[in-house]
Write a protein that binds this ligand. Structure first.
Ligand code: SAM
Length: 303
C-alpha cells in the first residue's frame, strides 16, 4: 500500500464515522493526511507513492481507531498542532491552537497600529502559541504571556523553549490582569474562554477533551470579555490596542455594549483602542478601579 492509498482509505473511514473537525482541519481528507503523515513522522510534502510497511499501517490503524472510537482530536493523539505554519506541542492541559488572531498577527494588524510595538501581552496564553507568533511578528517587542492555569503554563514553557524565545517571552501566572501590576502594553492579544453555557452543553465529543476552564465563558460567553474590556484601558499604552477573539459572540457583545466603538477585522475578533474612544477615555480611571460583577454590570450599562 502507498501513502496516498492509506490517506484515501483513512479519509473514507473518517467520513463514514461522522467525526467533527475544527482542530486544525475542516474535512476528513485533510484530517487523514495529517494523521497519516505526521503519525509516521513524515513531512506534509512526503511522496504519495512511498510504500507503507505493515508495521506503519498498524501504527496508523491504531491512531485512527482512537480518533474514530474515542473521538480524540488528532492534535492530542500526535501531540502537535499547527498554527500559521508553526508546530506547537499540545496535550490535554491546553486547547488545540486555532485562534483567528494568528492571521491578524501575520500583517493585518498593521493598519490599526499607530506607534511602535515594544510591549505585548498575550492574556490567556494557553500553549503560548499566540505569544510565540507575536514575538516573531514583532521582533523588537518583549512579550508577557499569562494564564491562570499552572498546567497550561508548563505547556507554554515547552513551546517557548522550542522556539528559543525565552529571552523575549515572560510567562506569568495570573487571573487575567491581577498579577500584571502597572505594566502598560502597546498590544494586548487575548483569546479568552468565550463559549456560552448553551454551547458548552452542546459541545461535540472532540471538544470535551479540551480543558473546560479554557472554553466556558459564562451564560452568554461574555464573562471574561467583559472583565477584559473593563480592565484593559489601565494596561494599554497611549496608542495601545486590545485585540480580542469572541468566537460567535459578536452580537451578544454588541448588545451588551451598544456604544463601545469596536472595530471588527473579522466577525470573531474585535479591536478596541481606548484612546480613540473619547467617552470611554474619560471613564478609564473609574474602570480600572472597578472589580466585582456589580461594577462590571454598571459599566456595561454606561457603555
Ligand atoms: C481559549 S484558551 C486560549 C489559549 C491560547 N491563547 C490559544 O489561542 O490557543 C483560553 C485560556 O484562558 C485561560 N484562562 C481561563 N481563565 C483564566 C483567567 N481567569 N485568567 C487567565 N487565564 C485564564 C485558560 O487556562 C486557557 O489557557
Amino acid at each position: 500500500m502507498t501513502l496516498g492509498e492509506l490517506v484515501a482509505q483513512t479519509a473514507r473511514r473518517f467520513a463514514a464515522a461522522g467525526l467533527r473537525y475544527g482542530h486544525g482541519t475542516d474535512n476528513p481528507y485533510d484530517e487523514a493526511s495529517w494523521l497519516v503523515l505526521r503519525g509516521l513522522g513524515l513531512p506534509f510534502g512526503a511522496d504519495p507513492k512511498r510504500e507503507v510497511s505493515k508495521s506503519e499501517q498498524r501504527r496508523i490503524a491504531a491512531l485512527a481507531e482512537k480518533r474514530m472510537r474515542r473521538r480524540v482530536p488528532t492534535a492530542y493523539l500526535l501531540h502537535e498542532a499547527w498554527l500559521d505554519g508553526l508546530a506547537f506541542f499540545v496535550d490535554r492541559r491546553v486547547i488545540v491552537p486555532r485562534s483567528h488572531l494568528a492571521g491578524l498577527l501575520r500583517g493585518r494588524m498593521r493598519p490599526w497600529l499607530r506607534g511602535p510595538v515594544r510591549r505585548i501581552l498575550d492574556l490567556c496564553t494557553g500553549s503560548g502559541c499566540l505569544a510565540i507568533l507575536a514575538a516573531r511578528a514583532f521582533p523588537q517587542a518583549r512579550v508577557d504571556a499569562s494564564d491562570v492555569s499552572r498546567a497550561a503554563l508548563a505547556v507554554a514553557r515547552r513551546n517557548v523553549a522550542q522556539y528559543r524565545l525565552g529571552h523575549r517571552i515572560r510567562l506569568i501566572r495570573s487571573d487575567l490582569f491581577a498579577r500584571l501590576g502597572r505594566q502598560r502594553y502597546d498590544l494586548v492579544l487575548t483569546n479568552p474562554p468565550y463559549v456560552s453555557a448553551a454551547a458548552m452543553r452542546a459541545l461535540p465529543p472532540e471538544y470535551r477533551y479540551e480543558p473546560g476552564v479554557s472554553l466556558a465563558g459564562g451564560r452568554e460567553g461574555l464573562d471574561f470579555v467583559s472583565r477584559i474590556l473593563a480592565a484593559a484601558p489601565a494596561h494599554l499604552s497611549e496608542c495601545g490596542l486590545l485585540a480580542c477573539e469572541v468566537g460567535s459572540g459578536r452580537h451578544a457583545l454588541e448588545r451588551a455594549y451598544p456604544r463601545l466603538p469596536l472595530v471588527w477585522p473579522r466577525d470573531e475578533v474585535f479591536i478596541y483602542e481606548p484612546a480613540r474612544t473619547p467617552a470611554a477615555a474619560g471613564k478609564s480611571a473609574t474602570r480600572s478601579r472597578g472589580g466585582g460583577q456589580a461594577a462590571s454590570r454598571a459599566r456595561r450599562a454606561a457603555w
